[in-house]
Design a protein around this ligand. Structure first.
Ligand code: SF4
Ligand code: SF4
Length: 298
């Protein structure tokens, strides 16, 4: 924060602050309900998932129609309960009229329910002219049957199963998330160096990502090469058997330069497959990474 205020932070930081501020203002301040109507996929998903028994915010036209303004003392006979006050339209964040039926623009915020209930209270009619209801209930009422909320049905069971499977898979993935990631990049230029002693040396950049909140130490070892010597730039600490110990801060990526040197006589071909293994000192994480060791033609 201090760097940010002192204009000492990297340029990309200011760039992203500018982008995020501008998009928030554009979407939340100017575009507003257009985001819900044209950009948000939720209404489309909702439209596909619904069936006759799905509860959603609905205007009970069978009770509200024929709509007409109402003055105190006027009779309610021969008319519906909707008094044409348009409060449901005024409060709607997407600007739709729920009395026109179910619409993709509806985000099910239920503000129109509260607005209409207040009006019904004032005019002395029962609340619930706009309410959570289902298309099946409109049918039932038309046939003189009692209303029913059917929560357990094939579609809702299927959705529940899908949610449990997807949720379980995400949870399993999180719980079994690898907390170590290692990347090995071979030096390409030069492919190898022949030392004055005749030994062959290859260089690698080893990137170790510590995904935990603890500082961790890793050893590096190589398989597939005999009599190799390993040198890691900037690393002095090593295990009793000579493996370099690389300390990586919590939630950090550390990149180290590693040199492997072998006597030329140990190289059986121009390219030998090897595995560089990074291992947590406490033995909880191991990462095997295949690469090659290059040398001159025999
Ligand atoms: S708030 Fe209720 S009474 Fe007023 S217009 Fe909407 S549905 Fe009709
Ligand atoms: S539920 Fe919300 S978005 Fe849908 S019609 Fe009512 S006020 Fe509008």
């Amino acid at each position: 924060l201090h760097q940010l205020l002192a204009f000492d932070a990297p340029l990309t930081t200011y760039f992203w602050i500018l982008i995020l501020t501008a998009t928030t203002y554009l979407l939340g301040g100017i575009a507003r309900e257009q985001v819900c109507i044209y950009m948000c996929p939720w209404p489309r998903i909702q439209g596909v998932m619904m069936d006759e028994d799905t509860l959603s915010v609905m205007y009970r036209y069978d009770r509200g129609e024929p709509r007409a303004p109402h003055k105190k003392g006027d009779t309610w006979d021969g008319r519906g309960d909707c008094v044409q006050c348009r409060q449901c339209v005024v409060v709607c964040p997407t600007g739709i009229d729920i009395r026109d039926g179910m619409q993709l623009e509806c985000i099910q915020c239920s503000l129109c329910i509260d607005a209409c209930d207040e009006v019904m209270e004032k005019v002395g009619r029962p609340k619930g002219l706009i309410a959570y209801d289902s298309l099946a209930n409109f049918e039932r009422r038309a046939q003189g049957k009692p209303e029913k909320i059917q929560i357990i049905r094939p579609r809702s069971l299927l959705y529940t199963m899908i949610m449990i499977i997807v949720g379980g898979a995400i949870l399993w993935g999180l719980m079994h998330r690898d907390n170590l990631e290692v990347n090995i990049l071979r030096d390409r230029n030069p492919l190898f160096v022949q030392l004055s002693s005749g030994d062959i040396r290859n260089g690698y950049t080893v990137k170790i990502l510590n995904k935990t909140h603890q500082i961790r130490k890793f050893t590096l070892s190589v398989s597939g090469l005999k009599n190799y010597r390993m040198q890691v730039e900037g690393i002095q600490e090593s295990t009793p058997d000579g493996l370099p110990i690389i300390k990586v801060d919590r939630d950090r990526l550390r990149s180290v330069k590693v040199y492997l040197t072998v006597p030329r006589s140990e190289l059986s071909s121009r390219s030998v497959d090897i595995t560089i293994t990074a291992k947590d000192l406490d033995g909880t994480s191991v990462s095997d990474n295949e690469t090659t060791f290059k040398g001159p033609a025999k």
